[in-house]
Design a protein around this ligand. Sequence first.
Ligand SMILES: [Zn+2]
Length: 375
Amino acid sequence: MNFSQIPGQEAVIDRLRCSVAENRVSHAMLLYGPEGAGKFAIALAFARYISCESRTAEDACGVCPSCVKYDKLIHPDLHFVFPVIKKKSGTEPVSDTYISQWRSMVLKSPWFSLNNWTEAMEVANEQALIPVAEAAEIVRKLSLKSFESDFKIMIIWLPEKMNAETANKLLKIIEEPPARTLFILVSEEDDKLLPTITSRCQHIRIPSISAEALTGHLTNVTGMDPVKASEIAAIANGNMVKAMALARDDDNTGVLLDRFTRLMRTAYTRDIHSLVTWSEETAALGRERQKSFLSYSLRMIRENFVMNFGGKEKKMVHLTRDEDSFSLKFHPFINESNINALNREFNLAYAHVESNGNTKMIFLDLALKTMRLIR
Ligand SMILES: [Zn+2]
């Protein structure tokens, strides 16, 4: 991962390069910002830059032994911590349990979401967490002498997925870190981190990527035509993970739209039997997929509401062609009488899925409430 492969974050990258040049790299850094902004890619490129044996002012060399190992994610002084899913049987997993899946996902693309990662672990319908056993692993790895670099670097992806016990153990290490250790925390929900941890980190906000930078990346990297690229960039709203998924069309936008359309049609026709079938099908998906669907629905509800106020003419509505053709007929059904209640119900369902509620109940309840609200 080179700095030059990361679009739209030149200011942040410049700041990081300066900190190396001026020899004032903080021993604990918190890169935070929205999904798809490139936080992980920046963390990885920065770690590679620090470890490079002949870096330039601009970037790592790409050919020294350190860079070569970084490019395979096998540098002995580079450690990763990330959320993992407990298997039905066996000992409690730690990051190393899933390290081969992790390496292959990251090497495929440094732009990924928690959704992508839980799918890569291939354990469905479970929440990924950083378990308490990981704290002991962190201590063990950092107590090793650094093998080849000046620094041991530990990239912790989504530290907000730690419980309090793990976080407290980590806090002790960050307070009194072993010599020449660098922590890079990469967070999407930094408000969920212990203030005692964040107060010990240097905070670096990574903003979402501008539409121009996203468009440029899509045209340069995927060879997409500029019109389609700018359409995707508008929908992705600064999120590279989303943009790449839309570009590959494997975020199942078609599947999400289909699921949303079926819910709305059966709710409108009050077809209870189909609503039950719909909710059972949706309840059988993994939790991350369920959350994607609920976020998608909230977006569709919002866009359709805006359409009622001439949002389309004012270019305030961002829909794909298929979404647009559904919404042309659908948008009058989302209006001032139900927009707040619909928003509330879909947000509530999201919160319940996230807190491990019974998904059969959640989706049946959501389907019935939608039936009542959509008429
Ligand atoms: Zn190098």
